[in-house]
Design a protein around this ligand. Structure first.
Ligand SMILES: Nc1nc2c(ncn2[C@@H]2O[C@H](COP(=O)(O)OP(=O)(O)OP(=O)(O)O)[C@@H](O)[C@H]2O)c(=O)[nH]1
Length: 309
């Protein structure tokens, strides 16, 4: 907490948001992501279809929470599949708060970098950071030349040099990015030290939106289950989730007049889920009344809460 000239407390706002790491294959994206998290991936998705899905990790600091999304290495597409993969990686640039463009210190800046940089330049992300990686493998002159060459590829808001392998400037990367995220809440619990499944994350987002919109009316008697995530061939995700309440009256409140409330909850949750999964999402929300579900220990577990005997 900072104090201003009058000695009054001046609390800095908490910041949170999404960060995309982009760059050519093998530039060091995953290594940076791992180093930033400190070896412990709070949230990862090492599941099937890794080509379509990205790793994501949550980095917590006292003043910020970064949700970092790793992308498949970008390359000039040679075929339809390459195009498809690139589309996934590039889609990420559309809706993140920070884009970090990684350039390998040891490889001459080339047409591959240029090609990725063009997309970075076109991104709407409010903060674009140039990161020269693998500094431990390059001489200072080489790093400087690399900085100059890469800086000319697009308009960056800042630039830095790191070595994820040696931990050099990784903390600075985290704090610089953190400073440029929008004000916002901690999306994920700080002590979340286990992997969360995609289903759990979706349920968490939906539940958050229900609580945000209906703070007074539907207190803790609401649970959310994500019933199904269908990763479609076209890269989109079709998701079904159920909001569970204890009484009919609560169901009406969650649905709202003419379905307005459930629509609002769905839109807000979908937006978050799309940012997290980095793909277009269809989110189908149902509301189910299940009296006293909180007394059913299996149901509680199914809803993702710990049940203590
Ligand atoms: N010496 C050194 N090697 C590094 C550093 N960062 C990454 N590497 C190495 O570079 C190689 C590629 O690193 P990755 O992190 O897998 O690269 P990536 O960008 O995620 O690769 P793709 O998933 O193919 O796009 C690995 O062998 C890393 O060990 C670094 O700071 N220093």
């Amino acid at each position: 907490m900072e104090k201003d000239a009058k000695g009054e407390k001046n609390e800095a706002p908490f910041r949170s948001g999404f960060v995309a790491l982009v760059g050519r294959p093998s530039v060091g994206k995953s290594t940076l992501l791992n180093a930033a998290v400190g070896g412990k991936l709070a949230i990862t998705s090492p599941v099937a279809q890794t080509t379509r899905r990205r790793m994501r990790a949550v980095v917590n600091t006292p003043s910020s929470q970064l949700v970092i999304v790793d992308t498949p290495g970008l390359h000039k597409p040679k075929d339809a599949l390459g195009k498809e993969l690139n589309k996934v990686a590039l889609g990420e640039l559309g809706d993140v708060d920070v884009v970090a463009f990684l350039v390998d210190a040891t490889k001459p800046v080339g047409r591959g970098d240029e090609w990725v940089a063009k997309h970075v330049a076109a991104s709407r992300a409010p903060f674009k950071l140039l990161v020269i990686t693998k500094a431990d493998l390059a001489k200072p002159d080489q790093v400087r030349a690399q900085l100059d060459a890469a800086s000319a590829l697009a308009k960056f808001d800042d630039a830095m040099v790191i070595s994820a392998k040696e931990g050099f400037n990784v903390d600075s990367f985290v704090s610089l990015v953190g400073e440029h995220l929008p004000e916002g809440p901690r999306w994920f619990p700080e002590d979340m030290d286990c992997d969360a499944t995609d289903e759990e994350l979706v349920a968490e987002f939906v539940r958050e939106k229900v609580l945000n919109n209906l703070r007074q009316e539907v207190p803790h008697s609401v649970g959310v289950i994500c019933d199904d995530i269908d990763w479609r061939k076209d890269g989109l995700a079709s998701i079904r989730a159920t909001i569970i309440v204890e009484r009919e009256g609560q169901k009406g409140i969650v649905i709202g007049k003419g379905g307005q409330m459930i629509k609002r909850i769905g839109t807000q949750a979908r937006h978050d889920v799309e940012r997290l999964f980095d793909t277009k999402v269809f989110l189908d929300l149902q509301v189910r009344v299940q009296p006293q579900w909180r007394r059913d220990r299996n149901e509680i577990r199914r809803l993702g809460y710990d049940y203590e005997e």
